[in-house]
Design a protein around this ligand. Structure first.
Ligand code: SF4
Ligand code: SF4
Length: 167
């Protein structure tokens, strides 16, 4: 996750115009990079990769360091030390980020796609991702309450859904 606690004021201050549609990921400043994260926290969910097909399956089980109400990391500064699987997306190979949710802003922009209406940069509010039902708020469970062998039983199919209210 790469929402470094940015607020609504931070959205406006990150840049001018629709920089999120005009710049490539490589061209983003540090503040623009942070603002591009939609704050969904889906990347903080445990996931499995099918060794044969390479397909990624997300579960509803989230990292213990996630505040599931705010959808923010409780110790962002030390995340890579606390959770070794927590990757710094800025150093990721964008040619192979298909493990990220299909709605992830970084994945969308890496593919040259526009941000959705519910993205905080488009709506102007950090709450819009939650109101649209696009975050993990209210539908995930901490790994603290799930036996490691039982995580796979929590596989879900809403992570890539673009319109959760359609069902
Ligand atoms: S999935 Fe992408 S946009 Fe959503 S919190 Fe993670 S890095 Fe940010
Ligand atoms: S440490 Fe956990 S909660 Fe924090 S950003 Fe990484 S995966 Fe998300």
């Amino acid at each position: 996750m790469h929402d470094a606690g940015i607020n609504d004021a931070g959205l406006a201050g990150a840049g001018v115009g629709q920089w999120w549609h005009e710049k490539t990921l490589d061209e983003l400043s540090a503040s623009e990079w942070d603002a591009l994260c939609d704050g969904c926290a889906k990347c903080c969910l445990h996931k499995f990769e099918d060794a044969d097909s390479g397909e990624v399956y997300y579960t509803a089980v989230h990292c213990r360091y996630l505040n599931a109400q705010t959808c923010r990391c409780t110790d962002f500064a030390h995340r890579s030390m606390l959770a070794p699987d927590c990757l710094d997306l800025r150093t990721a190979d964008w040619a192979s980020i298909d493990w990220l949710p299909g709605t992830c802003a970084y994945r969308l922009r890496a593919q040259g796609k526009p941000l959705p209406q519910w993205h905080p940069l488009v709506s102007g509010s950090r709450e819009s991702v939650h109101v649209a039902g696009m975050s993990v708020r209210g539908r995930s469970i901490s790994e603290e309450y799930v036996h490691p062998d039982g995580i796979e039983e929590h596989i879900v199919h809403w992570v890539d859904q673009e319109n959760p209210h359609a069902n």
